[in-house]
Design a protein around this ligand. Structure first.
Ligand code: NOJ
Length: 531
C-alpha cells in the first residue's frame, strides 16, 4: 500500500482473460469457477488485484467485447452466483477485483439494438445509437468515410420494416458492435446504473474499454486518410477519438465511484498519442488511472523508454495521478515475441516493476509465454483475422489457453483436455506446476520480484526517480531510500562500478575484478545501496 493509503496508486494488476485462464466444466473455454480455482496462483504470485475481461452474455463476435446484457454472466462463463463467489473468494485472499465495462458499443443482440432495428428512423430507439441516412442519390453510400478498427467501412446499412434498404449505423469495430450515442441522456444514465449494479456486488473498479471513443465530433465529419494499425489508433485528430466532451462522462462516473466506500477505481483504455492527452483522463475529478500505451509501444530502446518514462511521470504528476506501466494485454503480441526474446521481456519486466506507480500484467507473462504465431487459420476466431480475409493475423496468438500442469491434453487448462485454441507442445515445459518448483524459472523470478516490490521501502508509491549517468544503451535510476535499478538494453555485456548489494536480476550478474559487476546484454538488475 502506498503512503497515502490509496491501494491503487502503486498496485500490480493482473489481467485475467476468462476464456483462456482456466476451464472448470470441460467445454474447452475458461470460465469463472475456473478463475476461482486458480485464485491461489494469483495470491502466491503476489499481485494486488485482478482485472477480468468481459464475461457478460454475448454472441461472442469479438470474444465478449460485444455485450448483449451488461448486468449478467454468459452461461459459457458461469452464473452471477459464480461471479459473487469469485469476488468473495478474491477478497478473502486479499485480492481486489476490477471488471471490464464496454460503453462505446453494445452487441447487435442487445435489447436496445433490436428495438432500434424494429423502430423507424428518427425514433427514440434509434437515437440511442448512431443511425444516419446514407449519402448519394438513393442513400446507398455510407454517411461518411470512417473505417472500422477491424477493417472495412465503419457503417452497415439496415433494411427497414417494409423491407426497403434503410439507414446506416456506425460501428467503429465489428458490425456486431453498434456504437452508442453518448449525446443521448438515456445512454448516460443507463451506464451509471450499470456501474452501480456491479459496485453493489462488491467490485473494486472498472477497466473502461475504448474510453477515448465514446463521443464523436458533432456532424460526424469525414476523417480523411487514416494511418493503418497502431498509428491510426493513436491518431488524435480523428473525429471519433479523444473528443473533449468525453471528459464530462467520466466526471459523472467518478461521482458514482466516490459514493461507494472502499476506494473503488476506474482505469481508462485510451489509445492517445501523448502522455499529456492521457493525463487528461486522470484529472482529480475523473478516472484514477489510464493505461500507458506509449510505454508499451516504446519497444526495447533505452532512449525511447527514457523519454516515455519522463513524459509519463511528468504528465501524471501534473494531475496528481499515478503513472501506469503495461507491456502486454489480450490485444498485442506477447512481449517476448514483440521485444525479440524472453531475456528482453524479463529485463523489461524488472524495469517496469521498479518505476513509480502502478503496473498491469497479462496472464501467462509470468510463465514467459511467447506469442503463438503458427495457429492454423481454421481455429482462429479474432474478427481482425476474419474480417481482413486473413491478411491480418489478429490477436488469437496471445489468447491461447494457459498451461497449468503437464497432465492431460490441454496441460491442465480443462478437466477433459479440451482447449478452444491449441497450445504449442513446447508449453509443456512451461507449465505453472513445473515452474513453481524451479528457482531459475520465469515464474519464480516474477514471484521474487513482486515480493521485493512490496517489501522494499523505495518501491512503493508513485513518486519520483532520479536518473543516474550510465553508458549508451543502458538505463540507471535511483529511488529513495536506497534502491538502484540498472538495465542493459544492448546486446553486449557492460561492466559497471560497484553499486551495492544485488537484490534481483533478470539474468545472472557476475563480479568484475575491480569490485564492480558484469551485466549481461538485455538484463535488468536491482540493487540495495547505502546504509
Ligand atoms: C479494446 C479491447 O481490448 C479489444 O479486445 C476489443 O476488440 C475492442 N476494444 C472493442 O471492444
Amino acid at each position: 500500500m502506498d503512503a497515502t493509503g490509496q491501494w491503487w496508486r502503486d498496485a500490480v494488476f493482473y489481467q485475467v482473460y476468462p476464456r483462456s485462464f482456466a476451464d472448470s466444466d470441460g467445454d474447452g473455454v475458461g470460465d469463472l469457477p475456473g478463475v476461482v480455482e486458480r485464485l491461489p496462483h494469483l495470491r502466491d504470485l503476489g499481485v494486488d488485484a485482478l482485472w477480468l475481461s468481459p464475461f457478460y452474455p454475448s454472441p461472442m463476435a469479438d470474444a465478449g467485447y460485444d455485450v448483449a446484457d451488461p448486468r449478467g454472466v454468459d452461461p459459457l462463463f458461469g452464473t452471477l452466483a459464480d461471479f459473487d463467489r469469485l469476488v468473495d473468494r478474491a477478497h478473502a485472499l486479499g485480492l481486489r477485483v476490477v471488471i471490464d465495462i464496454v460503453p462505446n458499443h453494445t452487441s447487435h443482440e442487445h435489447a436496445w439494438f433490436r428495438a432500434a432495428l424494429a423502430s423507424p428512423p428518427g425514433s427514440c430507439e434509434r437515437s440511442r445509437y448512431l443511425f444516419r441516412d446514407g449519402r448519394g442519390a438513393d442513400g446507398g453510400e455510407p454517411p461518411n468515410d470512417w473505417t472500422s478498427q477491424f477493417g472495412g467501412p465503419a457503417w452497415t446499412r439496415v433494411r427497414e420494416a417494409d423491407g426497403s434498404p434503410g439507414q446506416w449505423y456506425l460501428h467503429l469495430y465489428a458490425p456486431e458492435q453498434p456504437d452508442l450515442n453518448w449525446r443521448n441522456l438515456e445512454v448516460r444514465s443507463e451506464y451509471l446504473s450499470i456501474l452501480r449494479h456491479w459496485l453493489d456486488r462488491g467490485v473494486d473498479g472498472f477497466r473502461i474499454d475504448v474510453a477515448h471513443g465514446l463521443l464523436k465530433a458533432v456532424g460526424l465529419p469525414d476523417a480523411g486518410t487514416v494511418p493503418q494499425g497502431w498509428e491510426g489508433r493513436m491518431h488524435h485528430r480523428l473525429p471519433y477519438w479523444d473528443q473533449p466532451e468525453v471528459h464530462d462522462v467520466y466526471r459523472g462516473w467518478r461521482r458514482v465511484l466516490d459514493e461507494y466506500g472502499g476506494q473503488r477505481i476506474a482505469v481508462a483504455e485510451a489509445w492517445v498519442p501523448h502522455p499529456d492527452r492521457l493525463a487528461a483522463y486522470t484529472r482529480p475529478d475523473e478516472l484514477h488511472q489510464a493505461f500507458n500505451f506509449p510505454y508499451l509501444m516504446a519497444g526495447w530502446d533505452a532512449g525511447r523508454i527514457r523519454a516515455v518514462v519522463d513524459a509519463s511521470l511528468d504528465a501524471a504528476h501534473r494531475v496528481g495521478a499515478p503513472p501506469t506501466w503495461v507491456l502486454a494485454n489480450h490485444d498485442v503480441p506477447r512481449a517476448p515475441t514483440r521485444l525479440g526474446g524472453l531475456d528482453r521481456a524479463l529485463a523489461a519486466l524488472l524495469l517496469e516493476l521498479a518505476l513509480p506507480g502502478s503496473v498491469y500484467l497479462y496472464q501467462g507473462e509470468e510463465l514467459g509465454l511467447e506469442e503463438v504465431v503458427d495457429l492454423p487459420d481454421d481455429v482462429r476466431q479474432d474478427p481482425v483475422f476474419l474480417r481482413s480475409g486473413g491478411t491480418l493475423r489478429g490477436r488469437d496468438g496471445c489468447r491461447v489457453p494457459l498451461p497449468w500442469s503437464a497432465d492431460g491434453a490441454s496441460m491442465g487448462f480443462s478437466p477433459n483436455g479440451r482447449a478452444w485454441l491449441p497450445q504449442p507442445a513446447g508449453w509443456r515445459a512451461l507449465t505453472a506446476e513445473a515452474q513453481v518448483r524451479d528457482p531459475a524459472s520465469t515464474l519464480s523470478l516474477y514471484r521474487r520480484a513482486l515480493r521485493l516490490r512490496r517489501e522494499h521501502p523505495a518501491l512503493g508509491g508513485d513518486g519520483v526517480l532520479t536518473w543516474l549517468q550510465s553508458p549508451e544503451g543502458t538505463l540507471a535510476f535511483e529511488r529513495a531510500p536506497g534502491f538502484v535499478c540498472f538495465a542493459n538494453l544492448t546486446d553486449a555485456p557492460v561492466t559497471v562500478p560497484p553499486i551495492g548489494a544485488l537484490l534481483e536480476a533478470s539474468a545472472p550478474v557476475d563480479a568484475a575484478p575491480d569490485g564492480g559487476h558484469v551485466l549481461p546484454g538485455h538484463t535488468t538488475s536491482w540493487w540495495s545501496v547505502g546504509g
